[in-house]
Design a protein around this ligand. Sequence first.
Ligand SMILES: [Zn+2]
Length: 169
Amino acid sequence: MGRNNYISLDPREIAYTDLRSRVKDAIDLAVVQARKSNGGYRHGSVLFRGPRVLGLGHNELRHVSWVTSLPGDAGDTNLTDWNVHAEVSCLHNVRKDLTAGADMVVVRIGRSGAIRLSQPCSRCLRTVTRQGVRRVYYSITEDLYGRIDLAALDLPRGGRSRGSGSPLD
Ligand SMILES: [Zn+2]
């Protein structure tokens, strides 16, 4: 099936022209962020509440270098690049007490700079939900966006949870 990385949901699709101005402003900022990505895919993300921008993020390949400092470790078998997704990168740049009730935008740009699909992966959705984010808008095409109301998802909020049953079914 190949879609196990995504939580099954039925996002609401909204035409770009119907988005509120504050969301469009956040999208513009997210596109600028996406251009800063240093990995294969260029995603940018913005956390905002009303007109206030709370945080910015982009896809980042972070070189995990601690293993190379081990004495006698000349190989590269444990060396890796860790891809920090734009949504999580964004949250890293926000004060923890500001995330609850905020909205997030995430976009992807292709090689030509055109807007492409940027549906959040399940790991990011869980992370932003846990931090109390209210709503995520993501790009589908230049003209179409998806909106996910996180409160409607049956995901753990506000800290650790053991979960129950099969939350992905
Ligand atoms: Zn992700």
